[in-house]
Design a protein around this ligand. Structure first.
Ligand code: MG
Length: 440
């Protein structure tokens, strides 16, 4: 039916009704902006700073409304400068002049603006823009971002503390100290990244292979000491404390499976990062072998890496690094996908996330039903000087600063006092006894 036939069919009265409906919808479409003028992006810049010695990157997005700007985390500690270039030289010219209101539209188009996509540098740059737009939307609405996501599911964000020591006695002291401060969950580790100090003689150094400063980690000392560590902490710190542990992907997959099975009797809360991200195919075997809860995802960048693990229920906690996957917009979708499969969230929250990024983690934690646990963060004085409004900790809970947006601001003059360290930030090699490279 063409237009003429349509109009003939409905008659003059019908045409008047249609036109009046069209006018009505035209007038009702406008109030979706609630009378606010269209908001345009006028400037974007990446700000780098290192108040605690860690390279932080925050993207500031300014708008045509005087004084209205947003902040987003784009921190990639190991590759700071490529992210800054991606923001300043590519995202800025792409996004300036576009609507700051339409976050989803801008995310989708910025995501594909490089054609090739899904890598950590571009995803971090995109996160900076995305989170800044959510900050702006919250400020415009006069609400914390968690309210825009549906409001709170809980009064605060439960967290786990990192505990470590060179031996089980030092570790026990640390666990008991955290328990006294109110923590109900602790991650227990002997030494850093697999207890290098427990390893055998580093023959590669004697042989002059690699550099003397290269790290060292052997499989057997780690996998034999870990069940003993759990046994000691269970015995000395009690049944109630929840125990977490991170394998850091640094042992062969079959050894990780055997190790996790040997920890069953100690009731771990979760075991993190059993396999390297390239080894996702091992999760099915792991699941068939043990019911110990598994957390995975901090090295993931895109849906190819997490969708199958979630829909096949091969993991229990998804713990991506929100800025590595492109910000809050993909993060809340991932949380919703996980909810359908009873997978809980445990967003990665180490020191190399800016306070803006930690706030984004916490706002999402507050708003999603399938929140599991959050990695604790403590901010030193210098970081709080640069970022007024950092999330705070009390009795093991994280609280956001209750202000519109993320609740975190930046003092750019203070940020400039803390330039990036001279070392560019790359990770140094870790080797087995014979010098073979170990990869996380
Ligand atoms: Mg980890």
């Amino acid at each position: 039916m063409n237009r003429r036939e349509l109009f003939r069919g409905i008659g003059a009265a019908g045409i008047v009704t249609l036109l009046s409906r069209k006018r009505a919808s035209a007038t009702t479409a406008e109030p979706s902006r609630r009378g606010l003028p269209a908001l345009k992006i006028t400037d974007i810049k990446a700000i780098t700073t290192a108040p605690s010695g860690i390279r932080l990157t925050v993207v500031k997005v300014e708008t045509n409304e005087p004084g209205l700007y947003g902040l987003g985390c784009a921190t990639f500690n190991q590759r700071t400068l490529p992210v800054k270039v991606a923001v300043d030289e590519y995202l800025k010219p792409f996004a300036v002049g576009r609507s700051a209101d339409d976050i989803e539209d801008l995310w989708q188009n910025a995501y594909t603006s490089s054609y090739w996509r899904n890598g950590p540098v571009l995803n971090n740059a995109l996160s900076g823009l995305d989170q800044a737009l959510w900050d702006i939307k919250g400020k415009r609405a006069g609400m914390p971002v968690y309210q825009l996501l549906g409001g709170r599911c809980r009064f605060a964000v439960d967290t786990y503390a990192h505990c470590g020591g060179r031996d089980v006695i030092e570790l026990q002291d640390d666990v008991q100290k955290q328990m006294a401060e109110g923590y109900r969950h602790v991650r227990i580790q002997l030494g850093g990244y697999g207890a290098a100090h427990l390893s055998q003689q580093a023959d590669f150094r004697t042989a002059g292979f690699g550099e003397p400063k290269d790290g060292h980690m052997d499989v057997f000392p780690y996998i034999s000491s870990t069940p003993k560590m759990f046994a000691h902490i269970r015995k000395t710190c009690g049944e109630e404390i929840e125990l977490l542990h991170d394998i850091h992907e640094r042992i062969p997959p079959i050894d990780a499976i055997n190790l996790i099975k040997s920890l069953e009797e100690f009731r771990p809360y979760f075991i993190e990062d059993p396999f390297a991200p390239e080894a996702n195919g091992w999760f099915k075997m792991l699941r068939e072998q043990t019911s110990v809860p598994i957390a995975m995802g901090e090295l993931f960048n895109n849906p190819h890496e997490w969708v199958d693990l979630i829909v096949n229920r091969h993991i229990d906690y998804i713990r991506v690094h929100l800025s590595q996957i492109g910000g809050l917009t993909p993060g809340r979708k991932l949380a919703t996908l996980a909810e359908q499969f009873q997978v809980l969230t445990a967003w990665h929250g180490p020191g190399d996330v800016s306070p803006v990024g930690h706030a984004a983690n916490a706002h999402l934690d507050l708003a999603v039903h399938n929140f599991g646990i959050q990695e604790r963060v403590l901010f030193d004085e210098a970081t709080q000087e640069v970022f007024p409004g950092c999330p705070t900790m009390k009795n093991g809970y994280m609280m956001v600063h209750e202000a519109p947006g993320w609740g975190v601001d930046i003092n750019e003059a203070a940020a400039a006092k803390y330039p990036l360290p001279e070392h560019p930030g790359y990770w140094s090699p870790i080797r087995r006894r014979d010098g073979t490279a170990v990869r996380p």
